[in-house]
Design a protein around this ligand. Structure first.
Ligand SMILES: [Fe+2]
Ligand SMILES: [Fe+2]
Length: 260
């Protein structure tokens, strides 16, 4: 059987939450989507997540919400990360950190799906090696679980592409988040893993990666600090739709999604 999974890029602030509300339900019905994942590291005014905002986006039909380098931005998120099984943060943080780096979920087709998130290390704060972390995680995973999604939340395209090749044939899909810019390199790799370097953001595209373009330009030009507010204009939902074979766990199709 074919399982259709929608992967949604970083939801940024209120414009991101609003475009999610306006577009997701219709798309899920029209394309018969079985499982929805969204990155939620930017839902709270562009940085982090709160329990109320988690509820607000989850009730739109999200099966799992992932975080990223903004995981610890809001103190209110800590008890949520501890208790909420539908919330995932990068697995390669130190073992003392609250929350989980992997979740296993049931799907409407009766098969289970594993979701793992990793953080990159190029141009980012130091964390454990994502490549060794995923090897260990896959070794310990219940072998009856064939459907595996791996999110690589990272800045450098090279690090994400390397992760895609490393995991080709070992997981169902490797997808990137964090840059907020969608890439046009979606494909199914030779051994059956769907891959895309970045899903792009779900938020205002009349901006610099979600923030007010005047303040960002001011900072670049003067190097003086200006508060970066979430922008408003041209909200879009960006992500990818992936088709997975439930028997083999391999991907048969990936396409970019952009909804306005
Ligand atoms: Fe990020
Ligand atoms: Fe982000």
């Amino acid at each position: 059987m074919d399982l259709r999974v929608l992967l949604i890029g970083d939801i940024v602030g209120k414009p991101g939450r609003e475009v999610l509300k306006r577009t997701l339900g219709d798309f899920v019905r029209r394309r018969e989507v079985h499982f929805v994942l969204a990155n939620g590291e930017n839902v709270a005014q562009g940085s982090g997540i709160t329990p109320n905002l988690f509820k607000e986006i989850a009730r739109e039909g999200l099966d799992v919400v992932t975080m990223g380098d903004h995981t610890w931005r809001r103190k209110e998120a800590l008890p949520l990360l501890e208790a909420e099984e539908r919330l995932i943060r990068p697995m390669n943080y130190p073992p003392e950190c609250v929350g989980r780096g992997m979740g296993i979920y049931s799907t409407p087709l009766g098969v289970r799906i594993a979701v793992i998130q990793l953080l990159g290390r190029i141009f980012m704060d130091p964390v454990d090696c994502p490549f060794h972390t995923i090897d260990k995680a896959l070794k310990n995973l219940d072998p009856s679980i064939k459907l595996i999604l791996v999110e690589i939340h990272a800045e450098a395209t090279s690090e994400k592409i390397a992760m895609g090749w490393k995991l080709d044939g070992r997981v169902s899909c490797v997808f990137g988040t964090h840059t907020h810019v969608p890439t046009a390199d979606e494909r199914v790799l030779p051994k059956g893993t769907a891959y895309i370097t970045d899903l792009g953001m779900t938020g205002p595209y009349d901006s610099v990666i979600g923030r007010d373009k005047k303040s960002v330009l001011y900072k670049f030009e003067t190097s003086m600090h200006a508060p970066f507010h979430v922008a408003q204009g041209d909200p879009r939902l960006c992500g990818a739709l992936v088709t997975l074979n439930t028997q083999t766990g391999k991907a048969t199709h990936i396409e970019r999604v952009q909804l306005t």
